[in-house]
Design a protein around this ligand. Structure first.
Ligand code: UDP
Ligand code: GLC
Length: 385
């Protein structure tokens, strides 16, 4: 169904991470809408393919690398450019009924622009606004702007909602809309897939997240050192300026003599398929995960999941009924959990079937799109009334 609301979707990055994959689903069929991006990149191309009118800021290039835990002071030299983007945003918002900011940086500038061109403003907040993820001043500024300017704040999990409210965000702004995914059913053909990737036949684990320190790939590598004979694929790349971490991971693998067991596959566009090649999907985030699409992807793929017990993971895995939960940042505990799953895979059959039913029932794409569509329509009706 075509939606005819004229929405200005705003994003800060041109790269495609989980939040941008959600955005690409939200914009589908919204051809009367536009997208404003701070910088060009694969996301711009994907949005144009969905027939949105595209506006790329003249001033935003490279801002996505401004780290979210940086002090605001570091933004002072950028102040002139930020002001110019606010001006661009205010102009871009004019012919639209509603503005939808898909990240915290996008929201901050859209909120300031909304002082000049007043439109209902949705913030789809894909982050956990806690001290682990953001500096104190950043949290205070974002919450202050949200309370003053946001009409709704959509979050993907209870954990993200609680962190926003704890940081001072107004509870009545918050709508929890879990991320939703639709994956084509694919038969599990691990052996064939492994052969095509040149992977060995032995026990194999995988991690499928962009390379970033808080995603915790280093904890898995540490755990592997204590699991002789277990291979690992590391899928994902440093998308948001975490190249130093990527280099550290590779060095860690060399130093621990794991070069023949750990394969870095870089960014891949066939993650759900690749997941079917592994015996266990590990999600080792050291900081609370706001949602974690890869958890649901693995559940749908019928692969056992081991994830850290923080953020949204305990909800998605239903406290351990749909997967194994381990403490964050604890390589020995992770190694024990991996060994246990690899030793007795048949005992997990019930858990796997339950996990894939749960993922399909709770985290479907249609449900997410309906819930977000409802938030948008309610605002439109409210604005028209
Ligand atoms: N992903 C991908 N290629 C990769 C690594 C990850 O397409 O090489 C996808 C992955 O399948 C998932 C998304 O990127 O759908 C990451 O979303 P998630 O919510 O797990 O984490 P984020 O990176 O957004 O924090
Ligand atoms: C963010 C979060 C991730 C979430 C994704 C989509 O990138 O890190 O946990 O799944 O957004 O909401």
């Amino acid at each position: 169904m075509m939606a005819d609301e004229r929405i200005l979707f705003v994003g800060h990055t041109g790269q495609i991470g989980g939040a941008e994959l959600i955005l690409l689903d939200v914009v589908a069929g919204r051809e009367s809408s536009s997208a404003f991006l701070f910088e060009d990149g694969p996301l711009a191309k994907a949005l144009a393919e969905r027939k949105l009118k595209l506006i790329i800021s003249r001033w935003g290039r490279g801002l996505s690398r401004f780290r979210r835990d940086s002090k605001w002071l570091a933004a002072v030299p950028l102040a002139g450019r930020l002001a110019l983007i606010v001006e661009e945003l205010a102009l871009a918002a004019k012919p639209h009924d509603l503005v939808y900011a898909n990240s915290q940086k996008a929201f901050v500038l859209a909120a300031i622009a909304s002082v000049f061109v007043r439109r209902p403003l949705i913030w789809h907040l894909h982050d956990i606004m806690s001290a682990e993820h953001f500096g104190g001043l950043q949290r205070r500024t974002q919450v202050m702007l949200a309370n003053a300017r946001a009409t709704r704040v959509i979050v993907p999990s209870r954990a993200a909602a609680e962190a926003f409210i704890e940081a001072g965000g107004r509870r009545e702004l918050v709508e929890i809309v879990p991320n939703g995914l639709a994956l084509p059913p694919e038969p599990r053909s691990a052996a064939e897939l492994r052969r095509s990737l040149g992977l060995p036949d032995g026990p194999l684990v995988g991690v499928f997240s962009r390379l970033a320190a808080w995603k915790g790939q280093h904890v898995l590598i540490e755990a592997l050192a204590g699991l002789p004979g277990v291979g690992c694929i590391v899928v994902g790349d440093a998308l948001f300026g975490e190249q130093a971490y990527a280099a550290e991971l590779k060095q860690m693998v060399r130093e621990r003599g794991l070069g023949d067991r750990v394969r870095f596959l870089g960014h891949r566009s066939d993650v759900p398929r690749l997941m079917k090649a592994v015996d266990v999907m590990v999600h080792p985030s050291t900081d609370p995960e706001p949602f974690g699409r890869t958890l649901v992807e693995a559940m749908l793929a019928g692969v056992p999941v081991i994830a850290t017990n923080a953020g949204a993971a305990p909800d998605i895995l239903e406290g351990g009924r749909a997967g194994t939960l381990v403490p964050p940042n604890d390589a020995p505990a992770l190694a024990r959990a991996i060994a246990a799953v690899l030793a007795r895979p048949e005992t997990l059959d019930g858990q796997l079937a339950y996990a894939s039913r749960r993922a399909a029932a709770q985290y479907g794409l249609t449900q997410m799109l309906e819930a977000i569509g409802l938030v948008i329509r309610k605002l439109q009706t409210g604005a028209a009334a």
